[in-house]
Design a protein around this ligand. Sequence first.
Ligand code: GUN
Length: 295
Amino acid sequence: MKLLEGKVASVAIKENLKSKIESLIASGKRAPHLAAVLIGDDPASHTYVNSKVKNCAEVGIRSTLIQHDANISEEELLQIIRKLNEDKEVDGILVQVPLPKHISEKKVTLAIAPEKDVDGFHPVNIGNMVLGLPGFVSATPWGIILFLEHYGIKAEGKNVVIVGRSHTVGTPLSILFSRNTSFGNGTVTLCHSRTKNLEEICRSADILIAAIGRPLFIKENMVKEGAVVIDVGINRVEDVTAKKGFRLKGDVDFDNVKEKCSYISPVPGGVGLMTIAALLTNTFDAYVRNNDIEL
Ligand code: GUN
């Protein structure tokens, strides 16, 4: 069994971005620029956004953090987005969710210019992904594709089983793995709460993606000998012996499954780190495309 290490793969991607950005700056170009909008005081959102900002700095992406308290009106937030859309010095925009209840996430998503939507949440970008056109794929599915690419694992001709059909992970992955691309050409099965014979279907997987949001859901009897297992779950499981009172557990029963796998990603230390690498990659791509930069 080999571990798919998010740290190793994300550092490699970040080093590559950093050197590209350094040479563009040396040739007189400005740095890529991400604008991150953070509303309210949700502690998890603050942690995520701070980490995004810190990672931008590590690779030479400029970032601007726009913070407001939760009582900002929807119109004020939409106005901020419109200004960022028009700002030629801003390449990528992200508005951290969840938003306060009085603000429509749908309206906010639709307000972001698709060519700056580095989160890939805008329907135009989802449509581009389905059609195989240039656009942005959201950070978790794109991070998983980059993760497998880093380790030279190909989906072509393989049975890819995805457990969980969320808009943000399972559904986009089912499309990406089935497309005729260097990372696609897999035979995809998308499983969900109504799937019959789930264990048997999972046992047919050469590549098994667990994205259900239930701790330790994938057990040993659901994994084929030699399978590649990607764990997307980040579940807080109460544990009085842990400092914070909880531990992060994936959707896979890692300890009992690992020896059956050819490759497996741990939680923490797996997919989570790749999502940031994917966001940085998207921001760099937005900068290149929107400014007609030749590499
Ligand atoms: N909240 C949790 N994950 C994400 C993400 O990928 N993007 C944004 N904007 N908000 C999030």
